[in-house]
Design a protein around this ligand. Structure first.
Ligand SMILES: [Fe+2]
Ligand SMILES: [Fe+2]
Length: 421
């Protein structure tokens, strides 16, 4: 800050020294030069490229766990918007998220991830009741002065579903950090729409783009026993010491034991793709994780479970029906939505639930083993919009069955009639 101040001072002295010299040569030029400065100021102000007063950026999140991208985003946003500081604001313990790691451990991980590079604010943990942004931001403004609130592109698209968004925009500017798949035009249109409705100041970062890293994916990787590349070593150590994200270990070990290596890799891919699709769908983590994890559990088991319809025995779709019963009988799954998503992941059906579509689609587009021609396009569609992605995937499968003259199960025909006609 001192350096900036000095430079500014130097710059000012230089231009005010220049101005009289110019005006001696040609009296009006001093006025013109001042005018140019003023125009430049107006343009910069209009472009909203810089904040006139250095603000404090507020970076909120669960940080469960914090990852390297969080640190990079804070560093880059601070630079782009000339912020005085970026303060990390971990959310308090949510009574609605039973699987969330306790605040004390999330704080410990965040301290390890930041290594003192950015301050951490504990307002949300101390706040009585639910810490909605429209309640917390005024407190932070009192504490820090002018603040700007950092949100992800996905949050911006759902901003009108937040509590009192019209109040939030009046409290402080928002800085939006687009995520990997986000479309800048879509974000700009959303921001302009909100500003037209409620006023305020919503800016979209033009230089910072969140890479394809999410805390949800890291929790899943941890649960699946995959390497955690995007997490600092000290954070990894805390995760391991405290056995975090291992809630489903018994299921994971059991499924892994039932599958061949490549099928296990595919299963891991389906879990990760399913969770990524779910970023825009918003189903509970448990439903997505278990539905995807168990979908192929009976792929290599000949035994036929009770409850499997006779007409699928000996066909390619048997493992799906068999898997649904296995989930119920051997894994103790009681959620009928999870069981159905496993049951219909190969055939589809009329009246697919969101979870049915999600497992079906993730099965087809996962990134670890699927590499057929055209998969990238299906994948992009699935991450953008599940309904569209599902129909595209289903059509590809259906056409391939027709082409290969494979008999089509009646549920698949029902599905085709509902979604493709
Ligand atoms: Fe399958
Ligand atoms: Fe599969």
């Amino acid at each position: 800050d001192l350096v900036t101040l000095k430079n500014n001072k130097k710059h000012k002295t230089k231009s005010s020294r220049d101005a009289p010299a110019l005006s001696k040569v040609f009296p009006i030029s001093g006025f013109l030069s001042a005018g140019a400065d003023f125009i430049r100021f107006v343009i910069e102000f209009h472009d909203k490229k810089y904040y006139t007063i250095a603000m404090i950026g507020i970076f909120g999140g669960a940080f469960d766990p914090p990852h390297k991208e969080h640190v990079r985003i804070a560093t880059e946003v601070k630079k782009e918007f000339s912020l005085k500081e970026v303060v990390f604001l971990p959310s308090g313990n949510s009574p609605h998220k039973s699987l969330q790691t306790p605040f004390s451990l999330r704080l410990k991980m965040l301290e390890a991830a930041l290594e003192g590079a950015f301050p951490i604010d504990q307002t949300e943990n101390e706040f009585p009741g639910r810490a909605y942004s429209y309640l917390i931001l005024p407190l932070l403004k009192q504490k820090y002065g002018d603040v700007a609130f950092l949100i992800g592109g996905d949050s911006l698209l759902a901003f009108d579903k937040w509590r009192h968004p019209e109040e939030i925009v009046k409290i402080c500017p928002l800085i939006v950090v687009p995520r990997g798949e986000d479309d800048i035009d879509e974000l700009s249109a959303a921001a302009e729409g909100y500003m037209r409705r409620w006023g305020g100041d919503i800016r979209i970062s033009r230089t910072v783009r969140g890479e394809d890293v999410s805390s949800t994916a890291i929790r899943a990787k941890c649960a699946l026993g995959m390497p955690l590349d995007d997490v600092a070593d000290e954070v990894k150590a805390i995760i391991e010491q405290n056995g975090l994200y291992r809630t489903y270990d018994a299921y994971v070990q059991k499924v892994k034991g039932m599958l061949r290596e490549k099928r296990w890799r595919h299963t891991c891919g389906v879990v990760l793709a399913g969770l990524k699709i779910n970023e825009r769908v918003g189903l509970p983590f448990e439903k997505v994780f278990l539905g995807c994890l168990l979908h192929d559990c009976m792929k290599y088991v000949d035994r036929v479970n009770p409850g499997v319809p006779a007409d699928v025995i000996g066909t390619k779709v048997l493992h799906a029906f068999n898997g649904a019963e296995e989930a119920r009988l051997a894994f103790g799954i009681t959620d009928p939505e999870i069981i159905d998503a496993i049951r219909y992941h190969t055939t589809g059906r009329a009246g697919m639930t969101a979870l049915d579509k999600l497992v079906y689609t993730a099965d087809m587009v996962e990134e670890l083993t699927r590499d057929f021609e055209g998969v990238e396009e299906l994948r992009a569609a699935a991450y953008r919009d599940l309904d569209d992605g599902f129909v595209r995937c289903f059509k590809v499968c259906y056409d391939s069955l027709i082409e290969r003259q494979i008999p089509i199960y009646y549920l698949t025909l029902d599905c085709y009639k509902q979604y493709c006609k």
